[in-house]
Design a protein around this ligand. Sequence first.
Ligand code: TYD
Ligand code: MG
Length: 484
Amino acid sequence: MSRRALTFVCQNCGAAYGRWQGKCEACGEWNTLVEEGDSAAARIAGPGRPPRKGRKFALEPLTGQTHDAPRQPSGVAELDRVTGGGFVRGSVLLLGGDPGIGKSTLLLQAAAALGRTGHRSAYISGEEAVAQVRLRAERLGLRDAPVELAAETSVEDIIATLAEGPTPRLIIIDSIQTMWTDAIEAAPGTVTQVRGSAQALIRFAKRSGAAVILVGHVTKDGQIAGPRVVEHMVDAVLSFEGEGSQHFRILRSMKNRFGPTDEIGVFEMTGLGLREVSNPSELFLSERDLGSPGTAVFAGIEGTRPVLVELQALVAPTSLGTPRRAVVGWDPSRLSMVLAVLEAHCGVKLSGHDVYLNVAGGLRIQEPAADLAAAAALVSSLVNAPLPADAVYFGEISLSGAIRPVAQTSARLKEAAKLGFGRAVLPESARGEAGSDSGLSLNPVGGLTSLVAEIAARGTPRGNRDNSAAEKNATPARFRRQEG
Ligand code: TYD
Ligand code: MG
């Protein structure tokens, strides 16, 4: 009798255990361990079936003809920008995002745009009835677009249907969580089913050359629900993000085997579906409240594109023992670092203040180049002094308080000039790269101390003057003392 090697594999993260337990210690999920391995495999293959002998295949040398991955542009330029120029034939892409963010809308628009170029495109909805999808198409003005529509959830049926006739260029599966395959005996929606269905669809994509997009739901903590392994199985993972209350939607690439991962696509949700925003800076700056303290415009780069965005800070005396630090759209540890440098090198005492930092428009910034803009906004709020409305800021702050240069100075300046800004506060060492023809007046800063002193010189401290030592800490005089 053969030895049965039992393995229990977490369907969320893939960790393997010798025995069953309720909680996966690797990822902390409950009830995700499922028996896999020899005995489970034998059950799938069927009892008594002899093991298949391997088939020989031809090996190829690494040197040889290379072909660019054949791509199919979707016709939605912002989507193509994020995928790296269109969908690669035979590839599978996972699109994640909060419910109601606009995934179905985006993909229906993409399917229609592709259908209108004369290619076969199919939209399979596992969540909505055909009539509902039609209703949405009508609202989007896409009623006459040649898209093949179905409300189906059986992967085998879907594959059998789509394998007939010319291969579709684009197949949309909305969503992978609603799909189920006969090959697996588990209820639809379980991680095992999601993984099995994804596997079957990926095999079909590779075999047929169709580009497949799987819609994936996102859990409360922002991860694509179901097995994380699906993210490893697909060729690209995109996430569609945005604040529910705002109209901006940002499409971001988290993984892409065939293209860049740092590009973003920007959309605006309107009554007539998603509108592409080809100049995001205008959108992010459209609702600026000019002249209020605590806001600074950051000249950033997203992928290959310069994007100007407003950083908003609020620094207020705290009533708590441990002051609050809250940040939306930026890395909290970078905020801590900027606060520490302000405290250590510039004499800005923030231990008695709550600090809030927000990136306007729902954008998420990853660049360290935002340090300088964040610091300027924080100090501006602390001393209640508005920053000049026509200034942009960029530069990385080092732990010593020096301002370090960042990449693509001239692209940032050009974008700022295009949008009517008059001056740029930038690292001293970037002055050479900036040149003199940017059209902006340059205000180079070598260290954070001088920037803080400059802002503080214009301000009066916020709020009630006659109490708290913390407030006194924030007076401009204090900064000047530090300076001198
Ligand atoms: P939907 O694409 O269904 O989101 P998801 O598939 O990610 O769950 O988008 C639903 C939201 O979008 C809903 O709140 C209404 C809004 N919406 C518009 O504002 N305009 C439109 O033209 C459409 C179709 C939807
Ligand atoms: Mg949907």
